[in-house]
Design a protein around this ligand. Structure first.
Ligand code: FE2
Length: 365
């Protein structure tokens, strides 16, 4: 791959989900995951064809959007894909230059640089398309002092969200069609100048029944990390294939969100009814053989079904929620890094066995 200069991306500005009912989704992400609704946009703020709720916890901003008319892009997206991630928006310093440069490097532009203004200043944005119907919006905030964006008003909520310690987006994972992983690896390398962090092959992360291939693309500062998965052949259907069939194409598989104390975060989430993948007991029986110096007590890990892994830089703890909507598509990963830069390679097999138990229940294995 020819190495090109990296586009100056500061980090992820927000992640937008298109959903069937943003009002109810906001209630779910507030009360289950502790995100505070902070801004609203809709007919009351001069936007006729959609409503959006901005939810925040520490550095993570989720934008939940529903179309109010059948031909709004959010309505069409939801009809095809169900609820899911439509936009991984990135904060940048110079939208005009960056958009032009991305298009010059082969990205498909879908929104030319445009300025939105209100009494708080001017916000500049532009967008390119990525895998499936996913887009990347570039946002330039240097001339804007408002809460989020023009046509948004602050939400005066009587109900305060109870945060669970979620800090920032650690990585965002794409599922793409079989044979397309290397295409998108090359694309992020060529368009963004991202580099590949680490690669798994299907021997690393396969079980008897289902497999995947995965490569991680990221920027130099590590503020943006995009693992890209594709299904690999196993005896039965790959979980990536099941995603592609339910989502009707490529899309975001999971958002990994970091916390400083995963045990506390998971304990709170479980008490609110958030469901996690049930890692089999055998994982915890084997764990002391795989890892000495566990970062938490074995019994705590077993009780909460937390996974642990390590690399030469340290350890990490992680756990995966069940899908966040009825289709077995988008889910969250919660991750606590204690030095490790790993994505849980050592856990993939254990994780897949757990996912397959769920897949079997749906008759899709
Ligand atoms: Fe992950």
């Amino acid at each position: 791959m020819q190495q090109v200069e990296q586009l100056p991306i500061e980090g992820i500005d927000y992640v937008e989900l298109y959903v069937g009912n943003a009002k109810q989704a906001a209630f779910f992400y507030q009360n289950a995951f502790g995100f505070q609704p902070v801004a609203y946009s809709g007919p009351e703020t001069g936007v006729k064809d959609k409503v959006s709720y901005l939810l925040q916890q520490s550095d993570i901003r989720l934008l939940l959007t529903t179309g109010l008319v059948p031909d709004h892009p959010a309505s069409r997206f939801v009809q095809t894909h169900g609820d899911g991630v439509a936009d991984i928006a990135m904060r940048v310093q110079n939208v005009d230059w960056l958009y032009k440069e991305a298009v010059k490097r082969g990205a498909k532009g879908i929104m030319e640089p445009r300025v939105l203004k209100d009494e708080h200043g001017a916000l500049k944005g532009a967008a390119i398309s990525a895998y499936g119907d996913t887009v990347h919006t570039f946002i330039e905030r240097s001339q804007y002092k408002g809460t989020f964006a023009p046509h948004f008003k602050a939400i005066e909520s009587k109900m305060k969200a109870e945060p669970v310690g979620l800090r920032r987006v650690d990585h965002v994972v794409a599922n793409v069609e079989e044979g397309k992983m290397d295409y998108w690896v090359e694309w992020y390398g060529r368009v963004f100048g991202f580099t590949q962090l680490v690669s798994f092959d299907d021997r690393d992360i396969s079980t008897e029944y289902s497999a995947l291939k995965s490569k991680v693309m990221r920027n130099v500062s590590g503020t943006v990390k995009f693992p890209i998965n594709e299904p690999a052949r196993g005896k039965k259907k790959s979980q990536i294939q099941e995603y592609l069939e339910f989502f009707k194409g490529a899309g975001v598989q999971h958002l990994a969100i970091s916390t400083d104390d995963l045990v506390s975060t998971v304990t709170k989430l479980q008490s609110r009814g958030v469901e996690f993948l049930l890692t089999p007991d055998s994982y915890y029986d084997e764990l002391p053989k795989r890892m000495k110096d566990l970062p938490e007590k074995l019994e705590t890990l077993r009780q909460l079904r937390i996974l642990v892994d390590k690399d030469d830089k340290g350890s990490m703890l992680q756990i995966f929620t069940k899908p966040l909507q009825d289709r077995p598509t988008l889910f969250f990963e919660l991750i606590q890094r204690k030095g490790s830069e790993s994505f849980g390679k050592g856990n993939f097999k254990a994780l897949f066995q757990a996912i397959e138990l769920e897949q079997e229940k749906r008759g899709n294995l």
